[in-house]
Design a protein around this ligand. Structure first.
Ligand SMILES: [Ca+2]
Length: 83
């Protein structure tokens, strides 16, 4: 799932991306996060919290028996340096 074109903070300079959290609950910490949880055997739910408020903004059902890994998501992996 390619999330690289989503700038999670359009106010800040450059692009801000997501931090993958596996199956953990969204932190509501202001940090954009994708996660994957099992719905039932062979069905995973990938969700993204784009604005870091702890609620789901996008969701995709994935049908696979494979265990979820961070590599399912293409995310911006760099951050602008603090000034
Ligand atoms: Ca949200």
């Amino acid at each position: 799932m390619d999330l690289r074109l989503i700038d999670t903070d359009p106010v800040a300079p450059l692009d801000q991306g997501f931090t993958y959290i596996g199956g953990a609950a969204f932190g509501a910490t202001g940090v954009a996060q994708p996660r994957v949880t099992a719905i039932k055997a062979g069905v995973q739910l990938a969700e993204g919290d784009v604005n870091g408020d702890g609620t789901t903004d996008l969701a995709v059902e994935i049908h696979t028996a494979a265990a979820p890994v961070a590599g399912w998501f293409l995310i911006v992996t760099w951050r602008p340096m603090a000034r």
